[in-house]
Design a protein around this ligand. Structure first.
Ligand code: FES
Ligand code: FES
Length: 140
């Protein structure tokens, strides 16, 4: 069980009381959606960011279908990236998450899922913006 001894209490707190669970409207132009899976176990994480006009992450939501460490990693990550620029958020490493939550080595890939998810959400947001400015130019 994820609640068994050996798990750091911070993990348990993020596991029992995950922050920022939910969804943002995928179609909104200021929302980026990352959806990633862990090949090692088949767990899936969806992470969404809303970005304000200054390029700062103003809101974050996640849904993780996976183990306790994956849920804790995504919960931790949502708190960590809120208020950050996209560039700074994209630099967060899974090793930081794992260290912060004291994940054991066998659970490293769970934190990798969170790193992949935020990068994928940033990519989605940026590609949406690129497409929009392309089509705006095309309509001139
Ligand atoms: Fe999927 Fe952890 S292996 S829940
Ligand atoms: Fe696979 Fe945690 S065991 S994400």
């Amino acid at each position: 069980s994820v609640l068994s001894r050996g798990y750091h209490e911070k993990v348990i707190s993020h596991y029992e009381n995950p922050r920022n669970v939910g969804s943002l409207p995928k179609g909104d132009l200021d929302v980026g959606t990352g959806l990633v899976g862990a090949p090692a176990c088949g767990d899936v994480m969806k992470l969404q960011i809303r970005v304000d006009e200054n390029g700062v992450i103003s809101d974050v939501k996640f849904k993780t279908f996976g183990c306790g460490s994956a849920i804790a990693s995504s919960s931790y990550l949502t708190e960590r990236v809120k208020g950050l620029s996209l560039d700074d958020a994209g630099k967060i490493k899974n090793t930081e998450i794992a260290k912060e939550l004291c994940l054991p080595p066998v659970k490293l890939h769970c934190s990798m899922l969170a790193e992949d998810a935020i990068r994928s959400a940033i990519r989605d947001y940026r590609s949406k913006r690129t497409k929009t400015s392309d089509s705006q130019q095309a309509s001139y």
